[in-house]
Design a protein around this ligand. Structure first.
Ligand code: 9D3
Length: 236
């Protein structure tokens, strides 16, 4: 059982997002447990402040470290990274992190049994969180989000579907090394003729060797056209 804890100042953001499809099924099957922690409830001051003005001046606000240290101490039992169990990952979602890839999802799915996701907001998070608590800093790509919450959803989805038995018997997350760095081939279903747009003849032929060859060719063609970087790149 993988435990995923999400730390956020917007717990409502996650209320429905984990209750559909593969994630819901994995929860019901006892493959994963997901808990949302409201950082505001770990504040101790009268105004329940999760952020404050930056030392040194400047625009914007910085997330305070105390609530984050408190919740980590409660859920892991220590807020010293050196004392975490080997299988515990404390992940800070941030634009400064290493970019999330399928290989990173696999790494987490294979190695962790407890993943804590810290969602930042505002201009940033007090650096002492990274210095003392965080084992992995992750970005989901080169665009600006308003916080780490959407990124946390992306990680949770990508990791859970890689867990043993998370997908139904009908599908498999085990891609062979050949298709892993290729875009998918085109898919068609009924009707055969939709407003004059016809399904490629080869798919109706019943010749499975032919079909396999066509799909492989189309996958390469799409990858060459849209994602040449995937073909150039070294494996994984
Ligand atoms: C406008 C503030 N920016 C000044 C250079 C820095 C900045 C701080 C915080 C930009 C975005 C954010 C909030 N983003 C995330 O917390 C985040 C994120 C992202 O923005 N892009 C890709 N992955 C991620 S993971 C977390």
């Amino acid at each position: 059982m993988l435990k995923i804890d999400v730390l956020t100042i917007f717990p409502e953001f996650f209320k429905e997002v984990f209750d559909f499809g593969i994630i819901r099924r994995a929860k019901v099957a006892g493959i994963v447990e997901i808990n949302i922690y409201d950082l505001r409830s770990f504040t101790t001051d009268k105004h329940r402040k999760t952020d404050d003005k930056p030392f040194g001046g400047g625009d914007g606000m910085v997330m305070k470290c105390e609530p984050i240290f408190s919740v980590i101490e409660q859920i892991i039992g220590t807020c010293e990274r050196e004392n975490y169990p080997q299988v515990t990952k404390v992940v800070l979602l941030s634009p400064q992190g290493r970019v999330f890839k399928q290989s990173v999802a696999r790494e987490f799915a294979d190695e962790a049994n407890h993943i804590v996701l810290i969602c930042g907001r505002y201009e940033g998070i007090d650096e002492r969180v990274s210095d003392a608590l965080v084992t992995d800093e992750i970005s989901i790509g080169d665009y600006v989000l308003s916080g780490g919450e959407p990124a946390a959803v992306v990680l949770v989805d990508a990791i859970i579907r890689l867990l043993p038995n998370a997908l139904g018997s009908e599908t498999s997350a085990v891609n062979d090394s050949f298709t892993e760095n290729l875009l998918d081939y085109p898919h068609y279903t009924q009707p055969r003729d939709f407003r004059g747009m016809e399904v490629p003849e080869v798919l109706l032929s019943g010749n499975h060797a032919e079909i396999e060859r066509w799909r492989r060719e189309k996958a390469f063609e799409k990858t060459r056209n849209y994602r040449k970087d995937l073909l150039d790149k070294e494996h994984s």
